[in-house]
Structure formats: C-alpha cells, structure tokens
Ligand binder design. Sequence first.
Ligand code: FES
Length: 209
Amino acid sequence: MSKPDTPPAASPAASESASDAGKPRRSFLYRAMTIVVSAAVGLGPLLTGLAVFFDPLRKRGSASADDEGNWLRIANIDAVPDDGVPRQFPVIADQIDAWNRTPNQPIGLLYLRRAEGEANVEVFTAVCPHAGCNVGLVEKNEQLQYLCPCHNSAFDLTGEKIESGGTVHPSPRDMDKLEVDQEKLAETGEVWVDFKNFYPGKHERVEKK
Ligand code: FES
C-alpha cells in the first residue's frame, strides 16, 4: 500500500524569507501612520493660530483704545460756547481690524454743552439708551430737549429722562454721559473725551467692549 503524498515541510530558510517579504510593507504602514498622527497633533495649534490671526472681530476698534480708556480729541473749546446750548460733533478715529487700518472714520456722535458761564464741558453720546437710535435736539414749550425720533424718549439738557405730561418714554435710563479730561481742557482748550458705547435696553450702563 502506497503512502499518500504529503507536501514537503518548508525549510527554515524558506520561512524566514516569507517573513522578510512582509517587513517592508509593515514598515511602510508604520511610517505612514506616524506621519498622519504627527500631522494631526501639529494641526490643532496651527488651526487655532490661524483662526486667531484671521478673525477681524478680535481686533476691531479704534486705534487709540487701550486699558486706560479710549481718549479722543473731539473739538476745541471755541466750538462750544458757554450759552447752555448743546452742539453736535462726530467722533472721528482710525478703525482697525486684522487686515486693515482705515484712517479718520466716523465712529459715533456726541453732544457737547457748556452751561451758561461755565468753563467745564458736559458730553453725552447721542445714542438713545432705549434701542440705539440717535437722539435729536428739539424745542418744546420754549425749552430745548433731546428727543429720540424712534419711540419718543425725551431727556432734558442734563441728560435726565423727562416723564412729564403723561407721556410714556421707553428709555430705561438717562442719556449716557462720557468723561472729559478737564485738566487737559483747562491747559490746552481741547476737549478730549473717553469715548465708549453702551448696550441699549438696560437699566444699568454696560459698556460694549
Ligand atoms: S430708540 Fe430711542 S426711544 Fe426707542
């Protein structure tokens, strides 16, 4: 009776060479995975950095804004006679974002006023605290007052809300007064104002940053 044919056992040399044949492929896969993981780890900080660099909202504002205020020269004292009548002035400043610096842009509107015979200047932003329209100056019953054209909030010349005549004035607070550098005003005759914007619709003043 003849023995069934059995395949010859592989020699040790043949096994070694089969295992060596897989090595270059495993080595290639290992290197590829290392590159992918390294790239993923490095990409996170890179993308975060790019987002910061390219986000213009992070750098929006006027050129002179800093932690000590946003002091801007608004006018000369000669332009604000001491007759108690408010004068309107635009706020002009350079606007900057991540890409551009645009010089001399109108960024706000102010009322400057000197009471009769007074040297000091009072400054109010023209933005209505109710919903952000610009208030105007009108004469009513032979009295000057600030009046908002949007929903009729009215204020006297010191910026206080007028609640007379049964009229409902929806502004939640008085007009927003801004700080004037009185020392510089006395020395140079220039009106420098710490320019700020505030959120409308709130009872307390909350500055927009
Ligand atoms: S925005 Fe001024 S009264 Fe409404």
